[in-house]
Design a protein around this ligand. Structure first.
Ligand code: GRF
Length: 217
Protein backbone atom coordinates (compact mmCIF):
# COMPACT_ATOMS: atom_id res chain seq x y z
CA UNK A 1 0.00 0.00 0.00
CA UNK A 2 1.45 3.30 -1.06
CA UNK A 3 0.87 6.67 0.62
CA UNK A 4 1.57 10.01 -1.04
CA UNK A 5 4.44 11.52 0.93
CA UNK A 6 4.30 15.25 1.66
CA UNK A 7 7.92 16.24 1.18
CA UNK A 8 9.77 19.23 2.58
CA UNK A 9 13.00 19.44 0.59
CA UNK A 10 15.93 21.27 2.20
CA UNK A 11 18.70 22.48 -0.12
CA UNK A 12 21.51 25.03 0.12
CA UNK A 13 22.72 25.06 -3.46
CA UNK A 14 21.86 24.55 -7.05
CA UNK A 15 19.02 22.11 -6.42
CA UNK A 16 19.54 19.57 -9.19
CA UNK A 17 18.32 16.82 -6.84
CA UNK A 18 15.33 18.98 -5.98
CA UNK A 19 14.54 19.42 -9.67
CA UNK A 20 15.02 15.72 -10.33
CA UNK A 21 12.66 14.70 -7.51
CA UNK A 22 10.03 17.16 -8.74
CA UNK A 23 10.36 15.68 -12.25
CA UNK A 24 10.01 12.10 -11.01
CA UNK A 25 6.81 13.15 -9.24
CA UNK A 26 5.45 14.69 -12.45
CA UNK A 27 6.35 11.47 -14.30
CA UNK A 28 4.45 9.55 -11.62
CA UNK A 29 7.50 7.48 -10.74
CA UNK A 30 7.45 8.86 -7.23
CA UNK A 31 4.36 8.88 -5.07
CA UNK A 32 4.92 12.22 -3.37
CA UNK A 33 4.17 15.91 -3.43
CA UNK A 34 6.71 18.62 -2.64
CA UNK A 35 4.95 20.92 -0.18
CA UNK A 36 7.88 23.08 0.91
CA UNK A 37 11.39 24.06 -0.15
CA UNK A 38 13.63 25.16 2.73
CA UNK A 39 16.97 26.87 2.18
CA UNK A 40 19.45 28.70 4.39
CA UNK A 41 20.67 30.82 1.52
CA UNK A 42 18.68 33.65 -0.14
CA UNK A 43 20.81 33.26 -3.31
CA UNK A 44 20.44 29.47 -3.60
CA UNK A 45 19.68 28.25 -7.12
CA UNK A 46 17.04 25.92 -5.70
CA UNK A 47 14.72 28.89 -5.04
CA UNK A 48 14.17 29.64 -8.72
CA UNK A 49 13.54 25.96 -9.37
CA UNK A 50 10.94 25.80 -6.59
CA UNK A 51 9.21 28.89 -7.97
CA UNK A 52 9.00 27.25 -11.41
CA UNK A 53 7.06 24.41 -9.84
CA UNK A 54 4.96 26.78 -7.69
CA UNK A 55 6.33 25.17 -4.57
CA UNK A 56 6.29 27.39 -1.45
CA UNK A 57 9.75 28.41 -0.26
CA UNK A 58 11.16 29.32 3.11
CA UNK A 59 14.55 31.01 3.55
CA UNK A 60 15.85 30.50 7.07
CA UNK A 61 19.46 31.21 7.93
CA UNK A 62 20.13 29.72 11.38
CA UNK A 63 23.05 32.11 11.91
CA UNK A 64 20.66 35.09 11.93
CA UNK A 65 18.71 33.76 14.93
CA UNK A 66 19.73 34.64 18.51
CA UNK A 67 19.73 30.95 19.46
CA UNK A 68 18.91 27.48 18.13
CA UNK A 69 15.55 27.30 19.95
CA UNK A 70 14.17 30.33 18.16
CA UNK A 71 15.39 29.02 14.81
CA UNK A 72 13.89 25.59 15.53
CA UNK A 73 10.50 27.09 16.47
CA UNK A 74 10.27 29.03 13.20
CA UNK A 75 11.38 26.00 11.16
CA UNK A 76 8.91 23.70 12.93
CA UNK A 77 6.10 26.21 12.37
CA UNK A 78 6.87 26.33 8.63
CA UNK A 79 6.94 22.52 8.46
CA UNK A 80 3.65 22.25 10.37
CA UNK A 81 1.99 24.84 8.18
CA UNK A 82 2.98 22.95 5.05
CA UNK A 83 1.77 19.69 6.61
CA UNK A 84 5.00 18.03 5.50
CA UNK A 85 5.31 14.45 6.74
CA UNK A 86 8.76 13.64 5.35
CA UNK A 87 12.00 15.65 5.02
CA UNK A 88 14.53 15.26 2.23
CA UNK A 89 17.97 16.87 2.56
CA UNK A 90 19.20 17.49 -0.96
CA UNK A 91 22.51 19.27 -0.53
CA UNK A 92 21.59 21.01 2.71
CA UNK A 93 24.67 22.31 4.49
CA UNK A 94 23.29 23.07 7.94
CA UNK A 95 22.86 20.69 10.84
CA UNK A 96 19.28 19.64 11.53
CA UNK A 97 18.22 20.62 15.08
CA UNK A 98 17.45 17.74 17.48
CA UNK A 99 13.83 18.86 17.90
CA UNK A 100 13.24 18.47 14.15
CA UNK A 101 14.85 15.01 14.14
CA UNK A 102 12.57 14.04 17.02
CA UNK A 103 9.49 15.46 15.30
CA UNK A 104 10.21 13.36 12.18
CA UNK A 105 11.43 10.02 13.53
CA UNK A 106 12.99 7.96 10.73
CA UNK A 107 11.40 10.38 8.29
CA UNK A 108 14.46 12.44 7.29
CA UNK A 109 16.69 11.31 4.43
CA UNK A 110 20.02 12.72 3.33
CA UNK A 111 22.09 12.04 0.23
CA UNK A 112 25.87 12.00 0.38
CA UNK A 113 28.20 11.83 -2.65
CA UNK A 114 30.46 8.99 -1.42
CA UNK A 115 30.20 5.48 -0.02
CA UNK A 116 29.76 6.26 3.67
CA UNK A 117 31.35 5.96 6.14
CA UNK A 118 34.24 6.81 3.80
CA UNK A 119 34.69 10.47 2.94
CA UNK A 120 31.91 11.73 5.20
CA UNK A 121 31.52 13.71 8.39
CA UNK A 122 31.67 17.37 9.34
CA UNK A 123 33.11 19.57 6.62
CA UNK A 124 32.95 16.85 3.97
CA UNK A 125 30.59 18.18 1.34
CA UNK A 126 30.53 19.13 -2.31
CA UNK A 127 33.84 19.30 -4.13
CA UNK A 128 35.78 18.52 -0.94
CA UNK A 129 34.43 14.96 -0.99
CA UNK A 130 35.50 14.35 -4.59
CA UNK A 131 38.89 16.00 -3.99
CA UNK A 132 39.54 13.68 -1.03
CA UNK A 133 38.41 10.64 -3.06
CA UNK A 134 40.84 11.51 -5.89
CA UNK A 135 43.71 12.29 -3.51
CA UNK A 136 43.21 8.99 -1.71
CA UNK A 137 43.41 7.06 -4.97
CA UNK A 138 40.37 4.88 -4.33
CA UNK A 139 39.02 3.06 -7.39
CA UNK A 140 35.39 3.32 -6.36
CA UNK A 141 33.32 6.05 -4.80
CA UNK A 142 29.54 6.21 -4.90
CA UNK A 143 26.35 7.53 -3.43
CA UNK A 144 24.72 6.91 -0.05
CA UNK A 145 21.14 7.68 0.93
CA UNK A 146 20.74 7.47 4.69
CA UNK A 147 18.44 8.37 7.53
CA UNK A 148 19.45 11.43 9.49
CA UNK A 149 20.41 11.32 13.15
CA UNK A 150 22.22 13.84 15.28
CA UNK A 151 25.70 13.17 13.87
CA UNK A 152 26.85 14.25 10.41
CA UNK A 153 26.50 11.52 7.75
CA UNK A 154 25.91 8.88 10.40
CA UNK A 155 22.34 7.55 10.23
CA UNK A 156 21.27 4.09 9.02
CA UNK A 157 21.93 3.49 5.33
CA UNK A 158 18.92 3.00 3.04
CA UNK A 159 20.53 2.68 -0.41
CA UNK A 160 24.11 2.79 -1.58
CA UNK A 161 25.54 2.45 -5.09
CA UNK A 162 29.15 2.46 -6.30
CA UNK A 163 30.53 4.78 -9.00
CA UNK A 164 33.97 4.17 -10.59
CA UNK A 165 36.81 6.66 -10.21
CA UNK A 166 38.86 7.04 -13.40
CA UNK A 167 42.58 7.83 -13.42
CA UNK A 168 42.05 11.05 -15.37
CA UNK A 169 39.11 12.28 -13.24
CA UNK A 170 39.00 15.85 -12.02
CA UNK A 171 36.65 16.81 -9.18
CA UNK A 172 34.40 18.15 -11.91
CA UNK A 173 34.17 14.97 -14.03
CA UNK A 174 33.83 12.79 -10.94
CA UNK A 175 31.13 15.02 -9.41
CA UNK A 176 29.13 14.83 -12.64
CA UNK A 177 29.28 11.01 -12.71
CA UNK A 178 28.30 10.78 -9.03
CA UNK A 179 25.46 13.29 -9.45
CA UNK A 180 23.99 11.16 -12.23
CA UNK A 181 23.81 8.24 -9.78
CA UNK A 182 22.32 10.53 -7.11
CA UNK A 183 19.51 11.37 -9.48
CA UNK A 184 18.83 7.66 -9.94
CA UNK A 185 18.82 6.44 -6.38
CA UNK A 186 17.42 9.34 -4.36
CA UNK A 187 13.89 9.11 -5.79
CA UNK A 188 14.06 5.32 -5.51
CA UNK A 189 14.92 5.55 -1.82
CA UNK A 190 12.08 8.02 -1.21
CA UNK A 191 9.65 5.74 -3.07
CA UNK A 192 10.55 2.87 -0.71
CA UNK A 193 9.18 5.00 2.14
CA UNK A 194 6.06 5.91 0.13
CA UNK A 195 5.48 2.18 -0.34
CA UNK A 196 6.04 1.50 3.38
CA UNK A 197 8.80 -0.96 2.54
CA UNK A 198 11.27 0.31 5.11
CA UNK A 199 11.79 -1.07 8.60
CA UNK A 200 14.62 0.16 10.80
CA UNK A 201 16.36 -2.10 13.31
CA UNK A 202 19.10 -0.11 15.01
CA UNK A 203 21.74 0.67 12.40
CA UNK A 204 20.09 -1.61 9.87
CA UNK A 205 17.44 -0.69 7.36
CA UNK A 206 15.41 -3.69 6.26
CA UNK A 207 13.80 -3.33 2.85
CA UNK A 208 10.79 -5.48 2.13
CA UNK A 209 10.61 -7.23 -1.21
CA UNK A 210 12.69 -6.47 -4.28
CA UNK A 211 14.72 -3.33 -4.71
CA UNK A 212 13.87 -1.03 -7.59
CA UNK A 213 15.69 -1.71 -10.89
CA UNK A 214 18.00 -4.37 -9.50
CA UNK A 215 19.72 -2.15 -6.92
CA UNK A 216 22.26 -3.80 -4.66
CA UNK A 217 21.44 -4.39 -1.00
C1 GRF B 1 24.94 16.60 -4.01
O1 GRF B 1 26.19 16.16 -4.44
C2 GRF B 1 24.55 15.88 -2.73
O2 GRF B 1 25.05 14.59 -2.66
C3 GRF B 1 25.18 16.74 -1.69
O3 GRF B 1 25.03 18.05 -2.17
C4 GRF B 1 24.94 18.05 -3.59
C5 GRF B 1 23.69 18.77 -3.97
O4 GRF B 1 23.62 18.96 -5.34
N1 GRF B 1 24.63 16.46 -0.38
P1 GRF B 1 22.35 19.67 -5.99
O5 GRF B 1 22.18 21.03 -5.32
O6 GRF B 1 21.16 18.79 -5.77
O7 GRF B 1 22.69 19.81 -7.43
Amino acid sequence: MSTTLRLAIFASGNGSNFHNIAQEILLKKLDAEVVLCVTNHAEAGVLAKAKNYNIPTCVLDPTTFPNENEYTDVLLAALNQSEADFIVLAGYLRKIPTAIIQAFPQRILNIHPSLLPAFGGKGMYGERVHQAVIEHGVRWTGVTVHLVDEKYDNGAIVLQEPVPVRSDDTTHTLAARVLKMEHRIFPEAIQLFAENKIRVEGRHVIIEGKLPRGRNR
